[in-house]
Write a protein that binds this ligand. Structure first.
Ligand code: MLT
Length: 255
């Protein structure tokens, strides 16, 4: 892994391929390795940048609480470090919340968006409360409960469930709790979507048990330059469940 030192912690990332810069932002509570099945399908066309968000994978994190905007700022710092002026950004679920936030915060840097298994709305009051509760449980008892709860709903593929469970089990409880609180506090991006003037591709599994495909259809209806790709047989992890279709959809951002 490559590392960039930020304010007292390191941001880990991989870089692969050649072409138009494409930042691939993983979801919760995962790391950059979820994108691995896509890399051979994309590396001839894209300069792929795969960060581990702060608190996940091989990245460190600050001791005090942070926001999704802070995570966006880490990714802008990474692009600057790599001397990438403009990039396409594809985000998975929480990574999609961050991709939309990057567009809000640094619009001139973003060439287009891939929104994978994500949604624009902020959390309801109930969801904020349940995230806060889960964050406390993760700090007290570790990530095993989250791994158990999520592995079964991320996908219906039993082998993939096993892999995802071990991926979640190796995450830092402080990072998982930090992301839960950051997601609870995120801005709503619904308004942003209707004003976007750049290419967007939405990729969503028809069997997504975490964010129903209806949310993707609603997002698509708001976009001026949007395309929606729905995937039969895929749940919340289309880049692992349907890598070929997912790669084809991301390639459309080049045209
Ligand atoms: C994710 O997959 O990143 C999260 O489940 C999204 C969320 O909890 O809102």
């Amino acid at each position: 892994m490559l590392k960039l030192t930020l304010n007292g912690y390191e941001l880990a990332y991989e870089r692969r391929g050649k072409g138009t810069p494409l930042l691939l932002v993983h979801g919760f509570p995962l790391d950059h390795t979820i994108w691995e099945p896509l890399l051979p399908l994309l590396e001839d066309q894209f300069d792929l940048v795969l960060p581990d968000l702060r608190g996940f994978g091989w990245s460190g994190r600050p001791a005090s609480q942070y926001s999704l905007r802070d995570m966006s700022a880490d990714l802008l710092a990474l692009l600057e470090h790599l001397e990438i002026e403009n990039a396409l950004v594809a985000g998975h679920s929480m990574g999609g919340y961050i991709a939309m936030d990057m567009e809000r915060a640094f619009p001139r840097r973003i060439l287009g968006l891939g929104l994978v298994a994500t949604q624009p709305a902020a959390d309801s009051a109930e969801r904020k409360a349940s995230r806060a509760q889960e964050a406390m449980a993760v700090i007290a008892d570790g990530v095993a409960g989250t791994a158990e709860r999520m592995a079964g709903i991320l996908t219906s593929d039993p082998d993939l469930q096993k892999n995802l469970k071990s991926l979640i089990l190796r995450q830092d409880p402080g990072g998982v709790a930090g992301a839960l609180l950051a997601m609870a506090d995120r801005d709503d991006s619904t308004e942003l979507l209707s004003h976007l003037d750049l290419p967007v591709v939405i990729i969503h599994g028809l069997q997504d048990a975490i964010i129903p495909v209806e949310k993707a259809r609603q997002m698509n209806a708001m976009l001026k330059q949007g395309a929606l790709v729905t995937l039969e047989g895929a749940g919340h992890m289309p880049m692992m469940e349907s890598p070929r279709e997912c790669a084809e959809a991301l390639l459309t951002l080049l045209h």
